[in-house]
Design a protein around this ligand. Structure first.
Ligand SMILES: Cc1ncc(C[n+]2csc(CCOP(=O)(O)OP(=O)(O)O)c2C)c(N)n1
Ligand SMILES: [Mg+2]
Length: 438
């Protein structure tokens, strides 16, 4: 009994510490005002933790630690609930946000179908997550580096990756910046500071931390790094290692988790215990912000605040965008096998990020139904025309397989390329050489 009582007293203290930690992520924390590192009197002197002694064994139960709250600005009707949280964006910016979300959504629908018709090998859509991409991208500097997972195409849309850039990549032709060496949707753009996607989950997280560490060591650094990952990828060892390095090396990195409820067919309740991904931050000594990922203004404000905090303090932050993966995981998945179709209903309607922003625009008198309808038609036309064009563009020279691995090709790769040339020369009738640039 007394053990339980002590546990609940301690849990109460932890809960208020948790609230306090959140309150601390205010202007004062962003501006990095010195906080005393002096141990309070009565704290134990062990080097590994500063805490009070207690006279009874105490269990700290996770369910008694208060959950990290979810920040929201706009309700489903597009109403900003607290005027002080209105980001005050101009009509032009809001319009670009809306049109970029619609572009992504429209392009996704067509490219998904194009895979179904066997024209491309694979595709992943972003349905329901548009606001977390566009809202966060809008709050970053274009100079900030992005390490994505694969479901962040909207960040590229915002930065100016064009419909032809997307489609040439998916068709793997020679116009693709990656020269067709990657699976579809594994985009990358040096010009847009977007590091090429890697298929193995989690790899981008420690890489992003390392890049942030390198930036911090540059004089007068003005850049941060953002890495996006799913809540499923957050179970990878790489994610844990990255969190710990980010904390201990004080890296200006934004660890942006898109918590969309699923890792392929595994629902989040089977992926972890505890308070999601934001709930882990304090354990690593990292600040956190959790927000409604379907509310573009919440994403925007949270990302702005997080960026300022990270850059001013040279410290990481864990961000958790709460949303719902409306799509199947990819074209290799059929989600009707593991979730009832009616679960999607609210996410596809009232809770859809595009519907919320549309409602907001209507309230402001910023929405022109006919113009937006024409815009969707124009995008569809452009995407279809680009598909026709992209499938006719030859693939890059197959020798590119060996290029760009090293700055200068080492001898062993030269030897392999020569062997390949001889092999192809001998067996050319078995290879579709006409599809490749020569
Ligand atoms: C190391 C590794 N393990 C497994 C996979 C297969 N895989 C690809 S995506 C995925 C689910 C990831 O879920 P999440 O991180 O939540 O991202 P989401 O797809 O929901 O956006 C899995 C298991 C992989 N690519 N790499
Ligand atoms: Mg997920």
């Amino acid at each position: 009994m007394s053990l339980l009582r002590s546990a609940s007293v301690l849990a109460g203290r932890l809960a208020s510490r948790n609230q306090l930690a959140l309150k601390c992520l205010t202007t004062r924390a962003i501006h990095g005002e010195a906080q005393s590192s002096e141990p309070a009197t009565g704290l134990a002197k062990f080097p590994g933790a500063q805490a009070a002694f207690v006279g009874k064994p105490t269990l700290v139960l996770p369910e008694h630690v208060e959950s990290v709250p979810i920040y929201r600005v706009m309700n489903a009707d597009g109403v900003i609930e607290d005027a002080s949280q209105d980001p005050g964006l101009s009509r032009e910016v809001v319009h670009k946000m809306f049109r970029d979300m619609v572009l992504l959504n429209t392009m996704d629908k067509i490219l998904y179908e194009s895979q179904r018709q066997g024209r491309i090998s694979f595709y992943m859509t972003n349905f329901g997550e548009e606001a977390s991409h566009i809202g966060s991208a809008a709050a970053l500097s274009p100079e900030d580096w992005v390490y994505g997972q694969y479901r962040e195409a909207g960040v590229l849309v915002w930065r100016g990756f064009t419909i032809s850039d997307f489609i040439n990549q998916c068709y793997g032709n020679r116009e693709d910046e990656g020269k067709g060496r990657q699976m579809p949707v594994h985009y990358g753009s040096k010009k847009l500071n977007f590091v090429t996607i890697s298929s193995p989950l989690g790899t981008q997280i420690p890489q992003a931390v390392g890049a942030a560490y390198a930036f911090k060591r540059q004089p007068d650094n003005q850049r941060v790094v953002i890495t996006y990952f799913g809540e499923g990828a957050a179970s990878e060892g790489d994610a844990h290692a990255a969190f710990n390095f980010a904390a201990t090396l004080d890296c200006p990195v934004m660890l942006f988790c898109r918590n969309n409820g699923f890792a392929i067919s595994t629902p989040s309740k089977e992926q972890y215990r505890g308070d999601g991904i934001a709930g882990r931050a304090a354990g690593y000594g990292i600040a956190t912000l959790r927000f409604d990922g379907t509310d573009i203004f919440a994403v925007y404000n949270a990302t702005k605040m997080a960026r300022e905090y990270v850059l001013k303090n040279n410290k990481p932050i864990v961000m958790e965008a709460m949303q719902y993966r409306i799509s199947h995981h990819s074209t290799s998945d059929d989600s009707t096998a593991y979730r009832p179709a009616e679960d999607l209903e609210i996410w596809n309607t009232t809770e859809h990020p595009i519907s919320k922003l549309k409602n907001f625009m209507k309230q402001r008198g910023w929405f022109d139904e006919a113009a937006e309808g024409a815009h969707v038609k124009a995008i569809r036309k452009q995407v279809l025309a680009q598909i026709n064009q992209s499938e006719k563009i030859p693939k890059a020279d197959w020798r590119e397989t060996f290029q760009d691995v090293y700055h200068e090709m080492p001898q062993h790769l030269r030897d392999q390329m020569k062997q390949m040339e001889e092999h192809i020369e001998k067996h050319k009738e078995h290879y579709p050489l006409k599809d490749f640039k020569n």
